[in-house]
Design a protein around this ligand. Structure first.
Ligand code: HEM
Length: 518
């Protein structure tokens, strides 16, 4: 009886009392929004608006994509003002775009009182679990502390050789594809494979071929979880039988078995003293995680509630296979689409690569000198940020802008990164155009809080520097191996399926250039 009473109380509190309090606090500050329906909130409105705006491909190759991808943001910010609230089921999402408030929210001041909501964590449970991306509070702090050293600048230098080798294989595969079937190639699939190979080799001592099944399983689990999560707003729905649940369980079982085998193999190699480096960090992320787990097993300072156990190791591996793969692949794919449609910038970037690398492969010392490439990468991330939204739930009442906005505990703040990146107020009338020179050295830097491809503050992307090095290596080598032009088959149709991707891929025409010297 006590259990039933507790369940009733939790349900009433989650689905009625807390939302009512949040609504009251927001309304008292004039934060309004579309009227929510019981339980579903505005979910159906969002789905209908997005379905309509993305039903067809775009008529031209325009980068003005905010109304297509975030039509609800455009509609509601026009109707209710730049700060508005809508309801994702019973979770209120307060939209905030003011740069100062965004910066403040993401700063260390709020790092421990904001985080990932139950809905987000539940939605990512099977393909990420308790990994860093979805962790909160002290657990997040500990995990971040453990993995961050793997991505520090000095360690990244040691990864450049692997990245060059992976890109060499991609260049070979592209040359073979051109020789075999002509110069039309869908570049997105090659970039996905390249990014997968890079993360698998540098951090997990394996290759894309070995890790391929892991990537496929994560992708399939992501797809099935998105479907089965559509009804998460129904109280208790996570316990309902669903046609997806059995399949998710089966695939997750296979994924965890493969990861466990890979972890055990690495452990054996380390135990036999066959580690390529004496330091556990030398083996990349997996090595560091293993060392941490051993500390916990030995009851050392990694122990206690927040240390890594076997399941957490598996979840962290899933997280990095997922987070380090798709976003990087999309950055490369969109960059090639933009270079293929802006030949002058393509020539400029290629000339810089030739001057800096002298026909050889990029090295840790040459990478920082590739300024034009850096500008192209930044402009790609501005126009097509792989993560279009940043949600942060407040776990206690917080104030932003010196009290200008009180966010009640239980409300999520929703930062529409894509809209901020395309805001004419911050970027000028040409905000929707590809103009890499806005990032030229010596030009004023974008206002803090206006450029957020990797989020900001202590909970920013831990792989940011890694992703930048990877993108520079890959693009430098591709530019010196091929000229790209966009194919007549290309249909411009960006869509947001967790990340911002081209619905039909990016077919390009490749003109192979004479191979650079080895
Ligand atoms: C162009 C490539 C990438 C982009 C645009 C990107 C973007 C982001 C963003 C926006 C976040 C914050 C998400 C949130 O808190 O809601 C994030 C977090 C994260 N990213 Fe990346 N990422 C990229 C590449 C990578 C790579 C290569 C790795 C791993 C090697 C990685 C690992 C992570 C992890 C583990 C987190 C969670 C950090 C935390 O919560 O403390 N990312 N990324």
């Amino acid at each position: 009886l006590l259990l039933v009473a507790k369940a009733v109380w939790v349900t009433v509190s989650c689905y009625y009392l807390t939302p009512a309090r949040i609504r009251r606090v927001l309304a008292s500050q004039g934060v309004r929004g579309p009227p929510p329906r019981p339980l579903v909130g505005n979910l159906r409105d969002v789905s209908a608006l997005v379905a309509e705006s993305t039903a067809a491909d775009m008529a031209s190759l325009s980068h003005d994509i905010v109304a297509r991808l975030l039509p609800h943001y455009v509609l509601w910010s026009n109707t209710y003002g730049r700060r508005f609230v809508y309801w994702y089921g019973s979770e209120p999402r307060v939209c905030v775009t003011e740069a100062g408030m965004v910066r403040e929210l993401l700063s260390s001041r709020h790092a421990h009182v904001t985080g990932k909501s139950w809905l987000q964590r539940q939605g990512a449970k099977h393909f990420i679990g308790r990994g860093l991306l979805m962790a909160n509070g002290a657990t997040w702090s500990h995990q971040r502390h453990v993995v961050a050293p793997a991505f520090m600048a000095d360690r990244l230098k040691g990864r450049v050789g692997h990245m060059v080798e992976c890109t060499r294989q991609t260049v070979r595969a592209l040359r073979d594809a051109v020789a075999r079937s002509g110069n039309e190639v869908e570049i997105g699939a090659h970039m996905a494979r390249l990014a997968g190979d890079v993360i698998a080799r540098t951090e997990f001592d394996t290759s894309y071929e070995t890790g391929k099944r892991i990537f496929l399983l994560i992708e399939e689990l992501q797809r099935l979880t998105a479907r089965s999560s559509r009804y998460l707003w129904v109280p208790g729905s996570q316990y309902f039988p669903s046609k997806y649940r059995r399949e998710i369980k089966r695939l997750n079982g296979e994924l965890e078995r493969l990861l466990k085998e890979s972890i055990d193999r690495s452990r054996e190699i380390a135990d036999e003293g066959r580690t390529p480096s004496a330091s556990p960090c030398g083996r990349g992320l997996l090595g560091m995680l293993l060392a941490e787990m051993e500390k916990k097993e030995a009851g050392g300072n990694g122990g206690g509630e927040v240390g890594y156990d076997a399941q957490m190791m598996i979840d962290e591996c899933k997280t990095f296979f997922f987070a380090g793969h798709e976003t990087s692949a999309l950055l490369l794919t969109w960059a090639i689409m933009l270079l293929a449609t802006h030949p002058a910038w393509q020539d400029k970037a290629r000339a810089e690569v030739a001057a800096v690398c002298g026909g050889g492969a990029p090295s840790p010392d040459s990478l920082p000198k590739l300024a034009v490439l850096q500008m192209v990468i930044n402009e790609t991330l501005r126009l097509y940020p792989p993560a279009t939204l940043l949600p942060r739930m407040a776990f206690e009442d917080i104030e932003l802008g010196g009290g200008a906005l009180r966010v009640p505990s239980g409300a999520s703040v929703w930062i529409p990164v894509l809209a901020i990146h395309h805001d004419e107020g911050a970027w000028g009338r040409d905000a929707h155009e590809f103009r890499p020179d806005r990032f030229a050295p010596g030009r004023p830097r974008p206002p803090a809080g206006a450029f957020l491809p990797f989020a900001a503050g202590p909970r920013n992307c831990v792989g940011q520097a890694y992703a930048m090095v990877e993108a520079k290596v890959a693009l430098a080598m591709l530019l010196s191996s091929f000229r790209f032009a966009i194919s007549d088959e290309y249909r411009h149709a960006p869509v947001n399926v967790l990340t911002l991707r081209p619905r039909h891929g990016v077919p390009v025409r490749l003109l192979p250039l004479p191979p650079p010297r080895p």
